[in-house]
Design a protein around this ligand. Structure first.
Ligand SMILES: Nc1ncnc2c1ncn2[C@@H]1O[C@H](COP(=O)(O)OP(=O)(O)OP(=O)(O)O)[C@@H](O)[C@H]1O
Length: 608
Protein backbone atom coordinates (compact mmCIF):
# COMPACT_ATOMS: atom_id res chain seq x y z
CA UNK A 1 0.00 0.00 0.00
CA UNK A 2 1.63 3.17 -1.11
CA UNK A 3 1.18 6.74 -0.05
CA UNK A 4 1.50 9.50 -2.59
CA UNK A 5 5.02 10.13 -3.76
CA UNK A 6 6.37 13.61 -3.19
CA UNK A 7 7.45 15.77 -6.03
CA UNK A 8 11.20 15.90 -6.35
CA UNK A 9 12.53 19.15 -4.91
CA UNK A 10 14.09 20.41 -8.10
CA UNK A 11 13.11 23.99 -7.29
CA UNK A 12 15.42 24.28 -4.29
CA UNK A 13 18.62 26.23 -4.93
CA UNK A 14 20.03 26.11 -1.42
CA UNK A 15 23.11 23.95 -1.56
CA UNK A 16 23.22 21.20 1.02
CA UNK A 17 26.00 21.22 3.56
CA UNK A 18 28.74 18.73 2.97
CA UNK A 19 27.81 18.03 -0.61
CA UNK A 20 31.35 18.72 -1.86
CA UNK A 21 32.74 16.21 0.62
CA UNK A 22 30.06 13.72 -0.30
CA UNK A 23 30.80 14.33 -3.99
CA UNK A 24 34.49 13.50 -3.48
CA UNK A 25 33.58 10.49 -1.38
CA UNK A 26 31.33 9.12 -4.07
CA UNK A 27 33.89 9.83 -6.78
CA UNK A 28 36.55 8.10 -4.67
CA UNK A 29 34.24 5.13 -4.27
CA UNK A 30 34.18 4.82 -8.05
CA UNK A 31 37.98 5.08 -8.49
CA UNK A 32 39.13 2.69 -5.75
CA UNK A 33 39.81 -0.10 -8.21
CA UNK A 34 42.28 1.93 -10.24
CA UNK A 35 45.07 2.03 -7.67
CA UNK A 36 47.87 1.67 -10.28
CA UNK A 37 46.85 4.87 -12.04
CA UNK A 38 46.29 6.59 -8.70
CA UNK A 39 49.83 5.59 -7.68
CA UNK A 40 51.30 7.02 -10.90
CA UNK A 41 49.35 10.23 -10.28
CA UNK A 42 50.49 10.48 -6.65
CA UNK A 43 54.19 9.90 -7.50
CA UNK A 44 53.99 12.44 -10.34
CA UNK A 45 52.33 15.02 -8.10
CA UNK A 46 55.01 14.63 -5.42
CA UNK A 47 57.73 14.84 -8.09
CA UNK A 48 56.22 18.05 -9.51
CA UNK A 49 56.01 19.65 -6.07
CA UNK A 50 59.65 18.78 -5.30
CA UNK A 51 60.91 19.88 -8.71
CA UNK A 52 59.24 23.27 -8.21
CA UNK A 53 61.91 23.96 -5.55
CA UNK A 54 64.85 23.41 -7.87
CA UNK A 55 64.66 26.53 -10.05
CA UNK A 56 64.45 29.05 -7.15
CA UNK A 57 67.38 27.17 -5.55
CA UNK A 58 69.41 27.50 -8.74
CA UNK A 59 68.57 31.24 -8.92
CA UNK A 60 69.63 31.75 -5.34
CA UNK A 61 72.88 29.85 -5.95
CA UNK A 62 73.61 31.88 -9.09
CA UNK A 63 73.02 35.24 -7.39
CA UNK A 64 74.73 34.50 -4.10
CA UNK A 65 77.62 32.27 -5.23
CA UNK A 66 78.31 32.46 -8.93
CA UNK A 67 77.90 36.22 -9.56
CA UNK A 68 80.12 37.43 -6.66
CA UNK A 69 82.80 34.82 -7.53
CA UNK A 70 82.57 35.41 -11.30
CA UNK A 71 82.16 31.62 -11.98
CA UNK A 72 81.52 31.85 -15.76
CA UNK A 73 82.39 28.16 -16.10
CA UNK A 74 79.43 27.03 -14.00
CA UNK A 75 76.77 29.08 -15.82
CA UNK A 76 76.31 26.40 -18.49
CA UNK A 77 75.57 23.86 -15.75
CA UNK A 78 72.98 26.20 -14.24
CA UNK A 79 71.36 26.54 -17.68
CA UNK A 80 71.40 22.76 -18.10
CA UNK A 81 69.94 22.32 -14.60
CA UNK A 82 67.06 24.68 -15.42
CA UNK A 83 66.45 22.89 -18.72
CA UNK A 84 66.45 19.39 -17.22
CA UNK A 85 64.18 20.55 -14.39
CA UNK A 86 61.76 22.09 -16.89
CA UNK A 87 61.73 18.85 -18.92
CA UNK A 88 61.11 16.71 -15.85
CA UNK A 89 58.36 19.11 -14.72
CA UNK A 90 56.71 18.77 -18.12
CA UNK A 91 56.98 14.97 -18.01
CA UNK A 92 55.53 14.57 -14.52
CA UNK A 93 52.79 17.13 -15.18
CA UNK A 94 51.88 15.12 -18.28
CA UNK A 95 51.85 11.85 -16.36
CA UNK A 96 49.78 13.16 -13.47
CA UNK A 97 47.38 14.86 -15.91
CA UNK A 98 46.80 11.72 -17.94
CA UNK A 99 46.57 9.43 -14.90
CA UNK A 100 44.11 11.68 -13.04
CA UNK A 101 42.03 12.24 -16.16
CA UNK A 102 41.76 8.47 -16.83
CA UNK A 103 40.76 7.83 -13.23
CA UNK A 104 38.28 10.72 -13.25
CA UNK A 105 36.73 9.86 -16.60
CA UNK A 106 36.15 6.31 -15.41
CA UNK A 107 34.40 7.68 -12.33
CA UNK A 108 32.17 9.89 -14.48
CA UNK A 109 31.48 7.02 -16.89
CA UNK A 110 30.40 4.83 -13.96
CA UNK A 111 28.29 7.61 -12.48
CA UNK A 112 26.49 8.33 -15.75
CA UNK A 113 25.71 4.64 -16.26
CA UNK A 114 24.58 4.28 -12.66
CA UNK A 115 22.33 7.32 -13.08
CA UNK A 116 20.80 5.97 -16.29
CA UNK A 117 20.23 2.53 -14.85
CA UNK A 118 18.69 4.07 -11.72
CA UNK A 119 16.39 6.19 -13.88
CA UNK A 120 15.31 3.02 -15.68
CA UNK A 121 14.44 1.41 -12.36
CA UNK A 122 12.12 4.23 -11.28
CA UNK A 123 8.35 3.90 -11.53
CA UNK A 124 6.17 5.56 -14.15
CA UNK A 125 4.80 7.93 -11.47
CA UNK A 126 8.29 9.44 -11.18
CA UNK A 127 8.28 10.19 -14.90
CA UNK A 128 4.80 11.72 -14.60
CA UNK A 129 6.08 14.10 -11.94
CA UNK A 130 9.34 15.06 -13.65
CA UNK A 131 9.89 16.61 -17.02
CA UNK A 132 11.87 14.67 -19.59
CA UNK A 133 14.01 17.67 -20.52
CA UNK A 134 15.03 18.17 -16.90
CA UNK A 135 15.99 14.52 -16.51
CA UNK A 136 17.91 14.66 -19.78
CA UNK A 137 19.87 17.68 -18.63
CA UNK A 138 20.80 15.85 -15.43
CA UNK A 139 22.23 12.90 -17.33
CA UNK A 140 23.97 15.07 -19.95
CA UNK A 141 24.86 18.55 -18.74
CA UNK A 142 25.12 17.86 -14.99
CA UNK A 143 27.24 14.76 -15.49
CA UNK A 144 29.25 16.78 -18.03
CA UNK A 145 29.93 19.32 -15.32
CA UNK A 146 31.42 16.64 -13.11
CA UNK A 147 33.46 15.53 -16.09
CA UNK A 148 34.99 19.00 -16.21
CA UNK A 149 35.77 18.71 -12.51
CA UNK A 150 37.56 15.41 -12.80
CA UNK A 151 39.41 16.23 -15.99
CA UNK A 152 40.90 19.52 -14.79
CA UNK A 153 39.65 20.61 -11.37
CA UNK A 154 40.39 17.50 -9.40
CA UNK A 155 44.00 17.29 -10.50
CA UNK A 156 44.80 20.93 -9.85
CA UNK A 157 43.28 20.72 -6.35
CA UNK A 158 45.43 17.73 -5.41
CA UNK A 159 48.61 19.18 -6.96
CA UNK A 160 48.00 22.63 -5.51
CA UNK A 161 47.32 21.37 -2.01
CA UNK A 162 50.49 19.30 -2.04
CA UNK A 163 52.64 22.10 -3.49
CA UNK A 164 51.19 24.58 -1.01
CA UNK A 165 52.04 22.37 1.98
CA UNK A 166 55.55 21.57 0.74
CA UNK A 167 56.41 25.22 -0.06
CA UNK A 168 54.96 26.50 3.23
CA UNK A 169 57.06 24.01 5.24
CA UNK A 170 60.22 24.92 3.32
CA UNK A 171 59.61 28.67 3.74
CA UNK A 172 59.03 28.23 7.48
CA UNK A 173 62.35 26.41 7.65
CA UNK A 174 64.10 29.22 5.69
CA UNK A 175 62.67 32.15 7.63
CA UNK A 176 59.83 31.30 9.97
CA UNK A 177 59.14 34.87 11.10
CA UNK A 178 58.74 36.27 7.60
CA UNK A 179 56.69 33.21 6.55
CA UNK A 180 54.34 33.55 9.51
CA UNK A 181 53.73 37.21 8.64
CA UNK A 182 52.92 36.21 5.05
CA UNK A 183 50.70 33.35 6.20
CA UNK A 184 48.75 35.86 8.30
CA UNK A 185 47.07 36.98 5.05
CA UNK A 186 45.77 33.46 4.40
CA UNK A 187 42.94 33.37 6.98
CA UNK A 188 41.45 36.36 5.14
CA UNK A 189 41.64 34.37 1.94
CA UNK A 190 39.94 31.40 3.57
CA UNK A 191 37.19 33.58 5.02
CA UNK A 192 36.64 35.30 1.67
CA UNK A 193 36.54 31.92 -0.05
CA UNK A 194 34.00 30.54 2.41
CA UNK A 195 31.85 33.63 2.06
CA UNK A 196 31.80 33.43 -1.72
CA UNK A 197 31.73 29.67 -2.17
CA UNK A 198 28.20 29.24 -0.79
CA UNK A 199 26.88 32.02 -2.97
CA UNK A 200 28.72 30.86 -6.07
CA UNK A 201 27.37 27.35 -5.65
CA UNK A 202 23.80 28.60 -5.31
CA UNK A 203 24.35 30.69 -8.44
CA UNK A 204 25.62 27.66 -10.34
CA UNK A 205 22.69 25.57 -9.23
CA UNK A 206 20.44 28.23 -10.70
CA UNK A 207 22.40 28.04 -13.95
CA UNK A 208 22.00 24.26 -14.08
CA UNK A 209 18.27 24.62 -13.47
CA UNK A 210 17.93 27.20 -16.19
CA UNK A 211 19.78 24.85 -18.57
CA UNK A 212 17.23 22.20 -17.62
CA UNK A 213 14.40 24.63 -18.43
CA UNK A 214 15.90 25.37 -21.83
CA UNK A 215 16.32 21.63 -22.49
CA UNK A 216 12.72 21.00 -21.39
CA UNK A 217 11.45 23.59 -23.77
CA UNK A 218 13.53 22.21 -26.63
CA UNK A 219 12.37 18.68 -25.90
CA UNK A 220 8.71 19.69 -25.72
CA UNK A 221 8.65 21.85 -28.81
CA UNK A 222 10.95 19.92 -31.15
CA UNK A 223 9.10 16.70 -30.46
CA UNK A 224 5.80 18.43 -31.25
CA UNK A 225 7.02 20.45 -34.20
CA UNK A 226 4.05 19.42 -36.37
CA UNK A 227 1.60 20.70 -33.76
CA UNK A 228 3.48 24.00 -33.55
CA UNK A 229 3.43 24.47 -37.29
CA UNK A 230 -0.20 23.40 -37.64
CA UNK A 231 -1.25 26.00 -35.06
CA UNK A 232 1.26 28.62 -36.24
CA UNK A 233 2.72 29.01 -32.77
CA UNK A 234 6.34 29.39 -33.94
CA UNK A 235 6.47 33.02 -32.84
CA UNK A 236 4.85 32.24 -29.48
CA UNK A 237 7.27 29.38 -28.82
CA UNK A 238 10.24 31.46 -29.92
CA UNK A 239 9.26 34.10 -27.37
CA UNK A 240 8.84 31.49 -24.62
CA UNK A 241 12.23 30.07 -25.57
CA UNK A 242 13.76 33.55 -25.37
CA UNK A 243 12.33 33.91 -21.83
CA UNK A 244 14.00 30.71 -20.73
CA UNK A 245 17.25 31.65 -22.44
CA UNK A 246 17.10 34.99 -20.72
CA UNK A 247 16.74 33.30 -17.31
CA UNK A 248 19.85 31.31 -18.22
CA UNK A 249 21.69 34.49 -19.24
CA UNK A 250 20.75 36.20 -15.98
CA UNK A 251 21.83 33.20 -13.91
CA UNK A 252 25.18 33.15 -15.71
CA UNK A 253 25.63 36.89 -15.20
CA UNK A 254 24.93 36.53 -11.47
CA UNK A 255 27.60 33.86 -11.19
CA UNK A 256 30.10 35.90 -13.22
CA UNK A 257 29.47 38.95 -11.01
CA UNK A 258 30.28 36.94 -7.90
CA UNK A 259 33.47 35.64 -9.47
CA UNK A 260 34.40 39.11 -10.66
CA UNK A 261 34.38 40.35 -7.06
CA UNK A 262 35.97 37.28 -5.53
CA UNK A 263 39.02 36.94 -7.76
CA UNK A 264 40.31 40.54 -7.37
CA UNK A 265 39.94 40.31 -3.57
CA UNK A 266 42.13 37.20 -3.59
CA UNK A 267 44.62 38.97 -5.86
CA UNK A 268 44.77 41.95 -3.51
CA UNK A 269 45.56 39.69 -0.58
CA UNK A 270 48.27 38.03 -2.67
CA UNK A 271 49.84 41.40 -3.48
CA UNK A 272 49.73 42.31 0.21
CA UNK A 273 51.87 39.19 0.87
CA UNK A 274 54.27 40.24 -1.87
CA UNK A 275 54.60 43.74 -0.39
CA UNK A 276 55.40 42.25 3.02
CA UNK A 277 58.20 40.11 1.56
CA UNK A 278 59.59 43.09 -0.39
CA UNK A 279 59.58 45.51 2.55
CA UNK A 280 60.68 43.17 5.35
CA UNK A 281 62.99 41.16 3.08
CA UNK A 282 64.70 44.28 1.72
CA UNK A 283 65.14 45.53 5.31
CA UNK A 284 66.73 42.19 6.28
CA UNK A 285 69.09 42.38 3.29
CA UNK A 286 70.05 45.99 4.17
CA UNK A 287 70.67 44.90 7.76
CA UNK A 288 72.87 42.12 6.44
CA UNK A 289 70.63 39.33 7.83
CA UNK A 290 69.68 37.89 4.37
CA UNK A 291 71.45 37.55 1.05
CA UNK A 292 69.95 39.03 -2.16
CA UNK A 293 69.74 35.46 -3.56
CA UNK A 294 67.65 34.36 -0.58
CA UNK A 295 65.17 37.19 -1.07
CA UNK A 296 64.88 36.42 -4.80
CA UNK A 297 64.32 32.74 -3.97
CA UNK A 298 61.81 33.75 -1.29
CA UNK A 299 59.85 35.81 -3.81
CA UNK A 300 59.81 32.83 -6.16
CA UNK A 301 58.58 30.58 -3.35
CA UNK A 302 55.92 33.11 -2.45
CA UNK A 303 54.74 32.87 -6.04
CA UNK A 304 54.64 29.08 -5.66
CA UNK A 305 52.62 29.51 -2.48
CA UNK A 306 50.21 31.98 -4.02
CA UNK A 307 49.75 30.25 -7.35
CA UNK A 308 47.78 27.40 -5.81
CA UNK A 309 45.62 29.91 -3.93
CA UNK A 310 44.94 31.92 -7.09
CA UNK A 311 44.27 28.78 -9.08
CA UNK A 312 42.20 27.46 -6.24
CA UNK A 313 39.86 30.42 -6.56
CA UNK A 314 39.35 29.44 -10.19
CA UNK A 315 39.09 25.74 -9.44
CA UNK A 316 36.58 26.66 -6.80
CA UNK A 317 34.22 27.71 -9.57
CA UNK A 318 34.50 24.32 -11.18
CA UNK A 319 34.10 22.60 -7.83
CA UNK A 320 31.06 24.69 -6.90
CA UNK A 321 29.52 24.19 -10.29
CA UNK A 322 30.12 20.44 -10.01
CA UNK A 323 28.75 20.36 -6.47
CA UNK A 324 25.55 22.03 -7.72
CA UNK A 325 25.36 19.52 -10.58
CA UNK A 326 26.18 16.68 -8.20
CA UNK A 327 23.28 17.66 -5.92
CA UNK A 328 20.92 17.43 -8.88
CA UNK A 329 22.33 13.99 -9.74
CA UNK A 330 22.06 12.76 -6.16
CA UNK A 331 18.43 13.91 -5.99
CA UNK A 332 17.70 11.29 -8.62
CA UNK A 333 20.00 8.62 -7.23
CA UNK A 334 18.34 8.95 -3.84
CA UNK A 335 14.82 8.76 -5.23
CA UNK A 336 13.41 5.33 -4.53
CA UNK A 337 10.99 3.64 -6.89
CA UNK A 338 7.43 3.59 -5.55
CA UNK A 339 6.90 0.25 -7.24
CA UNK A 340 9.18 -2.16 -5.39
CA UNK A 341 9.76 -5.89 -5.47
CA UNK A 342 9.71 -7.81 -2.21
CA UNK A 343 13.09 -9.13 -1.02
CA UNK A 344 12.43 -12.74 -2.01
CA UNK A 345 10.12 -12.01 -4.89
CA UNK A 346 8.77 -14.96 -6.79
CA UNK A 347 10.04 -15.74 -10.28
CA UNK A 348 6.81 -16.34 -12.10
CA UNK A 349 6.61 -19.34 -14.44
CA UNK A 350 4.13 -19.57 -17.31
CA UNK A 351 0.82 -18.35 -15.95
CA UNK A 352 -2.82 -18.92 -16.83
CA UNK A 353 -3.40 -15.19 -16.60
CA UNK A 354 -6.15 -15.24 -14.03
CA UNK A 355 -6.05 -11.64 -12.81
CA UNK A 356 -8.26 -10.51 -9.94
CA UNK A 357 -8.70 -7.01 -8.46
CA UNK A 358 -9.74 -7.25 -4.80
CA UNK A 359 -11.30 -4.05 -3.47
CA UNK A 360 -8.76 -1.84 -5.25
CA UNK A 361 -8.66 1.92 -4.79
CA UNK A 362 -6.28 4.04 -6.80
CA UNK A 363 -5.63 7.71 -7.48
CA UNK A 364 -2.83 9.39 -9.41
CA UNK A 365 -3.16 12.45 -7.23
CA UNK A 366 -4.51 12.79 -3.70
CA UNK A 367 -8.19 13.74 -3.57
CA UNK A 368 -8.77 12.66 -7.19
CA UNK A 369 -9.81 9.00 -6.96
CA UNK A 370 -9.82 7.11 -10.24
CA UNK A 371 -10.82 3.64 -9.00
CA UNK A 372 -12.65 3.11 -5.69
CA UNK A 373 -13.30 -0.29 -4.05
CA UNK A 374 -12.92 -1.84 -7.43
CA UNK A 375 -13.46 -5.59 -8.01
CA UNK A 376 -12.68 -7.06 -11.37
CA UNK A 377 -11.57 -10.34 -12.93
CA UNK A 378 -9.81 -11.48 -16.08
CA UNK A 379 -10.85 -15.03 -16.93
CA UNK A 380 -7.95 -17.25 -18.04
CA UNK A 381 -7.89 -17.91 -21.76
CA UNK A 382 -10.83 -15.58 -22.40
CA UNK A 383 -11.28 -12.15 -23.94
CA UNK A 384 -12.45 -9.57 -21.41
CA UNK A 385 -13.44 -6.19 -22.77
CA UNK A 386 -13.87 -2.88 -21.00
CA UNK A 387 -15.98 -0.15 -22.49
CA UNK A 388 -16.74 3.23 -21.08
CA UNK A 389 -16.55 6.95 -21.66
CA UNK A 390 -13.24 8.76 -21.99
CA UNK A 391 -11.58 9.26 -18.59
CA UNK A 392 -13.59 6.44 -16.98
CA UNK A 393 -10.36 4.71 -15.89
CA UNK A 394 -9.95 2.03 -18.58
CA UNK A 395 -6.23 2.59 -19.20
CA UNK A 396 -5.67 2.91 -15.47
CA UNK A 397 -6.78 -0.71 -15.01
CA UNK A 398 -4.12 -1.83 -17.49
CA UNK A 399 -1.48 0.32 -15.73
CA UNK A 400 -2.24 -1.43 -12.47
CA UNK A 401 -2.03 -4.93 -13.99
CA UNK A 402 1.39 -4.13 -15.46
CA UNK A 403 2.41 -2.54 -12.13
CA UNK A 404 3.24 0.79 -13.73
CA UNK A 405 1.58 2.03 -10.54
CA UNK A 406 0.56 0.34 -7.30
CA UNK A 407 -2.91 0.83 -5.83
CA UNK A 408 -3.16 2.74 -2.57
CA UNK A 409 -5.62 0.17 -1.26
CA UNK A 410 -6.64 -3.40 -2.03
CA UNK A 411 -4.79 -6.14 -3.84
CA UNK A 412 -4.31 -7.41 -7.37
CA UNK A 413 -3.40 -11.06 -7.91
CA UNK A 414 -2.35 -13.09 -10.90
CA UNK A 415 -3.00 -16.83 -10.64
CA UNK A 416 -3.44 -16.18 -6.91
CA UNK A 417 -0.08 -14.40 -6.35
CA UNK A 418 -0.25 -10.79 -5.13
CA UNK A 419 1.61 -8.64 -7.70
CA UNK A 420 4.14 -7.16 -5.21
CA UNK A 421 5.29 -10.72 -4.38
CA UNK A 422 6.38 -11.32 -7.97
CA UNK A 423 9.62 -10.27 -9.63
CA UNK A 424 8.72 -7.32 -11.82
CA UNK A 425 10.54 -8.61 -14.87
CA UNK A 426 8.99 -12.04 -14.63
CA UNK A 427 5.55 -10.43 -14.28
CA UNK A 428 5.99 -8.18 -17.29
CA UNK A 429 7.48 -11.00 -19.34
CA UNK A 430 4.01 -12.58 -19.18
CA UNK A 431 2.37 -9.55 -20.73
CA UNK A 432 2.14 -8.17 -24.19
CA UNK A 433 0.87 -4.65 -24.52
CA UNK A 434 -0.48 -3.22 -27.73
CA UNK A 435 -1.43 0.32 -27.02
CA UNK A 436 -3.14 2.92 -29.14
CA UNK A 437 -0.03 5.15 -29.17
CA UNK A 438 2.29 2.78 -30.98
CA UNK A 439 5.84 3.27 -29.77
CA UNK A 440 8.38 2.63 -32.49
CA UNK A 441 12.07 3.21 -31.98
CA UNK A 442 14.68 4.41 -34.42
CA UNK A 443 16.04 1.31 -36.09
CA UNK A 444 15.05 -1.27 -38.66
CA UNK A 445 11.64 -2.93 -38.90
CA UNK A 446 13.32 -6.15 -37.74
CA UNK A 447 14.72 -4.38 -34.63
CA UNK A 448 11.29 -3.01 -33.85
CA UNK A 449 9.53 -6.35 -34.12
CA UNK A 450 12.17 -8.16 -32.07
CA UNK A 451 12.39 -5.41 -29.44
CA UNK A 452 12.20 -7.20 -26.10
CA UNK A 453 12.80 -10.59 -27.78
CA UNK A 454 16.39 -10.05 -28.94
CA UNK A 455 17.19 -13.73 -29.54
CA UNK A 456 14.35 -14.30 -31.97
CA UNK A 457 15.43 -15.91 -35.25
CA UNK A 458 14.67 -14.36 -38.64
CA UNK A 459 12.12 -17.14 -39.28
CA UNK A 460 10.31 -16.37 -35.99
CA UNK A 461 10.27 -12.65 -36.77
CA UNK A 462 8.83 -13.28 -40.22
CA UNK A 463 6.25 -15.71 -38.84
CA UNK A 464 5.12 -13.05 -36.35
CA UNK A 465 4.92 -10.47 -39.13
CA UNK A 466 2.86 -12.91 -41.23
CA UNK A 467 0.46 -13.51 -38.34
CA UNK A 468 0.16 -9.76 -37.82
CA UNK A 469 -0.60 -9.25 -41.52
CA UNK A 470 2.49 -7.09 -41.80
CA UNK A 471 4.76 -9.25 -43.98
CA UNK A 472 3.35 -8.07 -47.30
CA UNK A 473 3.73 -4.37 -46.70
CA UNK A 474 7.17 -4.87 -45.08
CA UNK A 475 8.49 -6.76 -48.11
CA UNK A 476 7.13 -4.03 -50.39
CA UNK A 477 9.87 -1.70 -49.06
CA UNK A 478 13.11 -1.99 -51.05
CA UNK A 479 15.03 -2.94 -47.92
CA UNK A 480 12.21 -5.09 -46.47
CA UNK A 481 12.82 -5.98 -42.84
CA UNK A 482 16.04 -3.94 -42.90
CA UNK A 483 14.17 -0.72 -43.77
CA UNK A 484 14.82 1.98 -41.22
CA UNK A 485 11.85 3.51 -39.44
CA UNK A 486 11.86 6.66 -37.41
CA UNK A 487 13.24 10.09 -38.09
CA UNK A 488 15.34 9.26 -41.12
CA UNK A 489 13.59 6.13 -42.29
CA UNK A 490 10.42 5.07 -44.04
CA UNK A 491 7.21 6.60 -42.81
CA UNK A 492 4.57 4.11 -41.77
CA UNK A 493 0.84 4.70 -41.78
CA UNK A 494 -1.13 4.41 -38.54
CA UNK A 495 -2.43 0.96 -39.49
CA UNK A 496 1.04 -0.27 -40.47
CA UNK A 497 2.46 0.88 -37.16
CA UNK A 498 -0.29 -1.00 -35.34
CA UNK A 499 0.49 -4.18 -37.23
CA UNK A 500 4.20 -3.86 -36.37
CA UNK A 501 3.27 -3.55 -32.71
CA UNK A 502 0.95 -6.56 -32.98
CA UNK A 503 3.79 -8.55 -34.60
CA UNK A 504 6.04 -7.50 -31.70
CA UNK A 505 3.47 -8.79 -29.19
CA UNK A 506 2.92 -12.06 -31.12
CA UNK A 507 6.69 -12.66 -31.20
CA UNK A 508 6.93 -12.16 -27.44
CA UNK A 509 4.27 -14.87 -27.06
CA UNK A 510 2.91 -13.62 -23.74
CA UNK A 511 0.21 -15.35 -21.67
CA UNK A 512 -1.68 -12.14 -21.16
CA UNK A 513 -2.49 -9.58 -23.79
CA UNK A 514 -3.45 -6.04 -22.98
CA UNK A 515 -4.89 -4.34 -25.99
CA UNK A 516 -5.77 -0.68 -25.93
CA UNK A 517 -7.48 -0.45 -29.28
CA UNK A 518 -6.86 2.57 -31.41
CA UNK A 519 -9.87 4.84 -31.70
CA UNK A 520 -8.88 6.36 -35.02
CA UNK A 521 -10.83 5.21 -38.01
CA UNK A 522 -8.87 3.25 -40.59
CA UNK A 523 -9.77 2.51 -44.17
CA UNK A 524 -11.70 -0.72 -44.63
CA UNK A 525 -8.72 -2.65 -45.99
CA UNK A 526 -6.37 -1.74 -43.10
CA UNK A 527 -9.17 -2.39 -40.67
CA UNK A 528 -9.67 -5.90 -42.05
CA UNK A 529 -5.89 -6.55 -41.90
CA UNK A 530 -5.78 -5.44 -38.27
CA UNK A 531 -8.82 -7.48 -37.29
CA UNK A 532 -7.17 -10.60 -38.76
CA UNK A 533 -3.93 -9.77 -36.94
CA UNK A 534 -5.84 -9.39 -33.68
CA UNK A 535 -7.40 -12.81 -34.09
CA UNK A 536 -3.88 -14.32 -34.09
CA UNK A 537 -2.82 -12.14 -31.21
CA UNK A 538 -5.69 -13.00 -28.88
CA UNK A 539 -5.76 -16.72 -29.73
CA UNK A 540 -5.32 -18.99 -26.67
CA UNK A 541 -4.38 -16.16 -24.38
CA UNK A 542 -5.97 -14.27 -21.56
CA UNK A 543 -6.80 -10.89 -23.00
CA UNK A 544 -7.95 -7.58 -21.70
CA UNK A 545 -9.20 -5.32 -24.43
CA UNK A 546 -10.13 -1.70 -24.11
CA UNK A 547 -12.64 -2.09 -26.83
CA UNK A 548 -13.55 0.51 -29.39
CA UNK A 549 -14.32 -1.89 -32.24
CA UNK A 550 -17.62 -3.60 -32.77
CA UNK A 551 -15.93 -6.86 -33.74
CA UNK A 552 -13.87 -7.04 -30.54
CA UNK A 553 -16.87 -6.18 -28.42
CA UNK A 554 -19.03 -8.88 -29.99
CA UNK A 555 -16.30 -11.48 -29.68
CA UNK A 556 -15.52 -10.72 -26.02
CA UNK A 557 -16.39 -13.43 -23.50
CA UNK A 558 -17.19 -10.83 -20.91
CA UNK A 559 -17.72 -7.10 -21.18
CA UNK A 560 -17.44 -4.66 -18.31
CA UNK A 561 -18.99 -1.23 -18.56
CA UNK A 562 -16.93 1.27 -16.63
CA UNK A 563 -18.27 4.59 -15.45
CA UNK A 564 -16.22 7.00 -13.30
CA UNK A 565 -14.02 4.23 -11.91
CA UNK A 566 -16.87 1.82 -11.13
CA UNK A 567 -18.19 -1.24 -12.93
CA UNK A 568 -21.82 -0.54 -13.56
CA UNK A 569 -22.70 -3.42 -15.85
CA UNK A 570 -21.09 -6.73 -16.82
CA UNK A 571 -22.07 -9.53 -19.15
CA UNK A 572 -21.86 -10.61 -22.77
CA UNK A 573 -22.77 -8.37 -25.65
CA UNK A 574 -26.23 -9.86 -25.99
CA UNK A 575 -27.03 -9.97 -22.27
CA UNK A 576 -25.91 -6.36 -21.89
CA UNK A 577 -28.03 -5.21 -24.79
CA UNK A 578 -30.95 -6.98 -23.22
CA UNK A 579 -30.38 -5.05 -19.96
CA UNK A 580 -31.37 -1.85 -21.74
CA UNK A 581 -28.86 0.04 -19.59
CA UNK A 582 -25.73 2.16 -20.05
CA UNK A 583 -24.17 -0.35 -22.44
CA UNK A 584 -27.10 -0.18 -24.81
CA UNK A 585 -27.01 3.58 -24.57
CA UNK A 586 -23.28 3.75 -25.40
CA UNK A 587 -23.70 1.20 -28.12
CA UNK A 588 -26.53 3.01 -29.85
CA UNK A 589 -24.74 6.30 -29.55
CA UNK A 590 -21.53 5.02 -31.06
CA UNK A 591 -22.76 2.41 -33.51
CA UNK A 592 -25.72 3.85 -35.35
CA UNK A 593 -28.36 1.54 -36.74
CA UNK A 594 -26.90 1.33 -40.22
CA UNK A 595 -23.63 -0.05 -38.90
CA UNK A 596 -25.21 -2.69 -36.75
CA UNK A 597 -25.81 -5.26 -39.43
CA UNK A 598 -22.31 -5.15 -40.86
CA UNK A 599 -20.44 -8.36 -40.01
CA UNK A 600 -17.87 -8.29 -37.22
CA UNK A 601 -14.37 -7.35 -38.34
CA UNK A 602 -15.29 -4.53 -40.70
CA UNK A 603 -16.68 -1.72 -38.62
CA UNK A 604 -14.50 0.69 -36.81
CA UNK A 605 -15.54 3.62 -34.69
CA UNK A 606 -14.49 4.78 -31.30
CA UNK A 607 -16.70 3.73 -28.42
CA UNK A 608 -16.22 7.12 -26.83
N1 LIG B 1 -0.55 9.95 -15.22
C1 LIG B 1 -1.66 10.50 -14.72
N2 LIG B 1 -1.59 11.42 -13.74
C2 LIG B 1 -2.71 11.98 -13.24
N3 LIG B 1 -3.96 11.70 -13.65
C3 LIG B 1 -4.09 10.79 -14.64
C4 LIG B 1 -2.96 10.15 -15.22
N4 LIG B 1 -3.41 9.30 -16.17
C5 LIG B 1 -4.76 9.40 -16.18
N5 LIG B 1 -5.18 10.29 -15.25
C6 LIG B 1 -6.58 10.63 -14.94
O1 LIG B 1 -7.21 9.46 -14.50
C7 LIG B 1 -8.52 9.36 -15.04
C8 LIG B 1 -8.70 8.04 -15.77
O2 LIG B 1 -7.82 8.04 -16.88
P1 LIG B 1 -7.69 6.81 -17.87
O3 LIG B 1 -6.57 7.11 -18.81
O4 LIG B 1 -7.61 5.55 -17.10
O5 LIG B 1 -9.09 6.89 -18.61
P2 LIG B 1 -9.59 6.09 -19.90
O6 LIG B 1 -10.91 5.54 -19.53
O7 LIG B 1 -8.54 5.12 -20.35
O8 LIG B 1 -9.75 7.26 -20.95
P3 LIG B 1 -9.46 7.25 -22.53
O9 LIG B 1 -10.48 6.34 -23.14
O10 LIG B 1 -9.70 8.66 -22.91
O11 LIG B 1 -8.06 6.80 -22.72
C9 LIG B 1 -8.70 10.57 -15.92
O12 LIG B 1 -9.45 11.51 -15.21
C10 LIG B 1 -7.31 11.08 -16.17
O13 LIG B 1 -7.31 12.47 -16.26
Amino acid sequence: MNGFPHRMRVESVKPKRGSIWSMYKRMFFHVRGQWKLLLIAAISIIAVSLLEFVIPQLSQYTIDRLIPNKRYDLLIWIALGVLVTALLLALFNYLSGIAMASVGQKAVYDLRNQLYSHLQSLDIGFFDRNRTGDLMSRVTSDVGMLQQLVSSGMMSIVTDTFTFAAVAIYMLWMDWQLTLIILATFPFMILTTRFFSKRIRAAFKKIQQSVAEVTNHLQDTLSSIRLMKAFSTEQYETERFADRSSANRQANLDAVKLRAIYEPIIDMLNFAGLAIVLILGAKHVMDGGLTVGTIVAFLAYLRLLQNPIRRFSRTLNTVQQSAAAYERIVEILETKSQVMEKANALELGRVQGHVVFHDVSFAYQPEVPVLEHFDFELLPGKVTAIVGASGAGKSTITHLITRFYDPQQGMITIDGHPLPDIQLQSLRRQMGIVSQDVALLNGTIRDNISYGTPHATDAEIEAAAHAANAHTFITSFPLGYEAQIGERGVKLSGGQKQRISIARAILKDPRLIILDEATSALDTESEKAIQDALVHLLEDRTSLVIAHRLSTIQRADRIYVLDQGKIIEAGTHDSLLAQQGKYKQLYELQFPQKLRDIPAGVVTRGMK
